[in-house]
Design a protein around this ligand. Structure first.
Ligand code: PMP
Length: 405
């Protein structure tokens, strides 16, 4: 029996049209785009065309759009280089949310170890950032705020435009980690007024190993690569550009733009159907994150009384994730759900189900049926479920019987 893949927020398969577009750039049009001869010029043409496709998707300018090795690198360039530059003029306070992707939290950690002042902002129970709280948290020394546009674990969609207004009214720059938003929802960097934005190719049916960084021209001086000889990508990176990967990312961006509405509409229907099926058969189901402000392709659901990892193993006909893919080999409560103040036993029973282009309506039905069956089986064996059903406070019982302090 085939396993149904429902982990498209972790990565996506390469679209055959993307693969076909990339193929000639490995063996035929293999030149270095920095070379001045015909081979170099042909490669540069491919690179330029790819950049145009990406800039069309996010409505940026050509010279404000570069390729990187992935969103992790785009995040690191935006955050670490910007803060290094701003710190020189006393703006050494960096802010981000507690619910960010690890690649951003790692940057905060690095900056802290290197003398920056760091604030990890709380979110509300629905995962959204409160704008008044944001405004109050900004100091005279705040240089940059980094916010995830669509959260990779919950799909919660932050109001980036409003967040940018608050930041800019207080002379703070804004970086948006748009890895889970790029190509999936409409993005216009001018309307959003972000200063930096990160994205990735492999979340939109492009190849792995290529990402995008958008920056406003006025901020370019903050992120230029320090002292490199082999400058590429408008002086933001150094080394030889992987043209084939960039071409793939460009094609993926073009396809994403043309198919965005259809995909969004399908995922909205899938989300509704999936939640309805599960909640009609099972009690104590929680959908984590804002029900109003979300990207419908990501559903984060808790099956109280079932441990998330156990549920994943039991429902072996589907490939989903518990917590995010980057942390799922650790049996810890998701830092995202924890920051949303979701009780530990509910957070521990969460799964992330994400839909993608190959997902069919019958996949959604099969996945819901598998999870219902698995949850019923696990609950029948679970002492925690008995405690929940008896109406007792699980956390208190755990303390009483000495399982938790
Ligand atoms: N930010 C977010 C929100 C992500 O979901 C991911 C991928 N899990 C990344 C950053 C890192 O992306 P990449 O794999 O392209 O480095």
């Amino acid at each position: 029996m085939r396993t149904i893949y429902l982990d498209y927020a972790a990565t996506t398969p390469c679209d055959q049209r993307v693969f076909n577009e990339m193929a000639p750039y490995f063996c035929d049009t293999f030149g270095n785009p920095n070379s001045l001869h015909a081979f170099g010029i042909a490669a540069l043409e491919g690179l330029d065309a790819a950049r145009i496709r990406v800039k069309n998707l996010i409505r940026s300018k050509f010279e404000e759009t570069i390729f990187t090795s992935g969103a992790t690198e785009s995040n690191r360039i935006s955050i670490i280089r910007t803060m290094r530059s701003l710190s020189k003029s006393g703006k050494n306070h960096f802010m981000t949310l507690k619910t960010e992707h690890k690649s951003v939290l790692d940057c905060a950690d690095y900056l802290k170890r290197n003398g920056c002042d760091i604030t990890l902002l709380n979110v509300q129970k629905d995962g959204l950032l409160d704008l008044n709280y944001l405004a109050e948290s900004i100091k005279d020394t705040t240089g940059l705020l980094s916010v995830c546009f669509v959260n990779n674990e919950t799909g919660v969609l932050q109001n980036i435009k409003k967040i940018a207004e608050v930041c800019h009214s207080k002379n703070v720059l804004l970086h948006a980690d748009a890895t889970q938003a790029f190509g999936k929802i409409p993005i216009d960097v001018n309307l959003l007024d972000v200063d930096f934005m990160s994205a990735s190719g492999h979340k939109i049916y492009g190849p792995k190993g290529v990402g995008v960084l958008y920056f406003k021209s006025s901020n370019k001086k903050l992120i230029r690569v320090p002292g490199a000889n082999q400058e590429v990508e408008f002086g933001i990176r150094a080394g030889t550009v992987p043209v084939a990967l960039c071409v793939g990312c460009g094609k993926a961006a073009e396809i994403a733009m043309s198919e965005q509405n259809d995909n969004l509409n399908r995922y909205k229907k899938f989300r509704e159907k999936f939640i309805k099926k599960i909640t009609s058969e099972l009690d104590e189901i929680y959908v984590n994150g804002s029900s109003e402000h979300n990207y419908p392709g990501i559903v984060n659901m808790s099956f109280r009384g079932c441990e998330g990892e156990a549920l994943m193993k039991e429902a072996s006909g589907i490939a989903v994730s518990s917590g995010s893919a980057c942390t799922s080999n650790k049996l810890t409560i998701s830092h995202v759900l924890d920051a949303m103040n979701i009780p530990a036993d509910i957070a521990q029973s969460s799964l992330r189900i994400t839909f993608g282009k190959p997902t069919s309506e019958s996949d959604v039905d099969v996945a819901a049926a598998e999870l219902i069956k698995a949850a019923k089986k696990l609950r029948a064996m679970s002492p925690v479920w008995d405690i929940i059903m008896s109406g007792l406070d699980v956390d208190k019982v755990f303390v009483d019987i000495g399982c938790r302090n």
